[in-house]
Ligand binder design. Structure first.
Ligand code: HEC
Length: 113
């Protein structure tokens, strides 16, 4: 019961991770889905990767999905080589096309809100 409540809380905390966003291209949408399946458990709100980045770079750079300063080559290198305690993803785990879709999603132009 507690676990179900936590899952429901997560769905409400991160609705963008579950609902299609009409402003995304098909590839960015594919990247968003892959990101939700592969990266969000460490980079969602209030979890390990987000916490680590917040401590190292500041609260405004903690959530990858909201960053406006990420560049594609850097994100690709971090995915393939890992960074600090983040594990590297091999091509057998995440193909180049899949990694590129995630990169495309994270580096898409974002309106300043
Ligand atoms: C097992 C947990 C974990 C997973 C899964 C994970 N990351 Fe990370 N990631 C981290 C941690 C922890 C850091 C911070 C490393 C540090 O600063 O020492 C990080 C850092 C990063 C950074 C560096 C940001 C910066 O400004 O330096 C990028 C980019 C990144 N992750 C992308 C991704 C992507 C894309 C995925 C999915 C393919 C992913 N991560 C999956 C834990 C994870």
């Amino acid at each position: 019961m507690k676990r179900a409540a936590a899952a429901i809380a997560l769905i409400f905390a991160a609705p963008h991770a579950f609902a299609a966003d009409p402003t995304l291209t098909a590839r960015q949408e594919q990247g968003r889905k892959l990101y939700s399946a592969t990266c969000v458990y460490c980079h969602g709100p209030n979890v390990w990767g987000t916490y680590t980045l917040g401590r190292r770079l500041g609260a405004d750079k903690a959530l990858l999905e909201q960053r406006t300063d990420l560049v594609a080559p850097y994100v690709k290198i971090v995915i393939r080589a890992g960074l600090g305690s983040m594990p590297a993803f091999r091509r057998t785990e995440l193909s180049d096309a899949e990694a590129d879709a995630i990169v495309d999603y994270l580096t898409r132009p974002k309106g300043r809100t």
